[in-house]
Design a protein around this ligand. Sequence first.
Ligand code: SF4
Length: 471
Amino acid sequence: MDYLDSPHEECGIVGVYAPNEDVATMAFFSLFALQHRGQEAAGIAVSDGATVRLHKDVGLVGQVFMPQNLAPLQGHYAIGHTRYSTTGSSSARNAQPFLIETQHGPLAIAHNGNLVNTAELRADLLHRGVGLSSSSDSEVMTMMLAGAEGQTWEERIRATMPKWRGAYSLVVLTLNCVYAVRDPWGVRPLSVGLLLSGGHTVASESGALRTLGCLAIREVLPGEIVTLSNHALRVYQAVPPAARLARCVFEHIYFSRPDSIWDGLTVHRVRQRLGEQLAQAAPVEADVVIPAPDSSIPAAIGYSRVSGIPYNDGFVKNRYIGRTFIQPTDSLRQQGIAMKFNVIEDNVRDQRVVVIDDSIVRGNTSGPLLKLLRDAGAREIHLRITCPPIRHPCFMGVDMGTYDELIAHRMSVEAIREHIGCDSLHYLSLERMMAAINRDGGYCDACFTGNYPIEVSAGTTKTGFERNGMA
Ligand code: SF4
């Protein structure tokens, strides 16, 4: 349900090789297309073959980059990052890309995901006298690459990949190359496409590649390194894919743009099928189906199609209140969710309303949102959720909160229904969710089942390092 009570993706990444093009502006537009994956900080690093230049700051992509910030970023190679913090706080120090000088030349990295063995890797670096300036696992990865064995950056990346346990989709920038790297479990997405100008672009989502007019888009497959340079695109399997792949199922449910392709499937179509499955599993007598704004629109269309209950809009969202908006006065803050959403009263008054939503995480915004419907005169409210109850935290790059914060960890479905104040509440079962995705395994579902595909080190939490004085 929008960002107010949804899992938060860690970030979006892009990489560009486009000789004689304005690569910084291309990276900027790609990041713009990935803004939904992170709104706390943004950065772009560019190489012209002799120097790597970087600009990054806290804020939205459009706030961090003005023409005067982009103009100095001249070159043929670029990487970019838009951040929502998971490991590490949201301070400016954790903004990416990370750029360091190494004995082999400059090295910049942008990372989407989260390692589950950062504590050990970090302790090892500190033990060897390597200084760290942030609390981010991405900096740990950068420093490990800088000190890795190998004659080339490809060799150093390949030598280091087996030491990283967890989710990492990476773009790496050196003086003469952009590398795209994906973990062997394939947790977070990464795709590469051909630019009409002849160069190549990588991005977290294919939707961002389409923004630049890319053709021949393909996934960077689990365990692959893809090299973008003037020696043409090179793809190779650096480490074998994991026996048990673990694509994040939440890319389908909530994170990805509906026009993106994930695992060969159009996200919008999968969301429609999630709604169709919900209609079969949890029918109800009602007058109208409305989506919780905004990611639930395709699922509401699917529910409506199968149930025969008409679809309509119920909420209007103010799209321009971002995460970074200026804190309002106390009296406005008490207005809470009403500042962000208005109800179209004509569409819900005296109606029995089915509300389709993608997830309930902490459960602190569903109640106020449904109350807006009641206040507008809805007669009955039936809430349908397109995934199972989230009972376990994510340690692979998604901020879901701790066990205690997850409402479905603390409460039964009936207690949640009472808490948020609806007439009925149904979650989609794991089996039906996977039926909608229509794949035979290969996905992580740990936030529903607690069955983690990668063993998690004890004590791995979002701010574990900051408690050691690194905030
Ligand atoms: S635990 Fe949930 S959010 Fe995290 S990677 Fe697995 S499916 Fe995605």
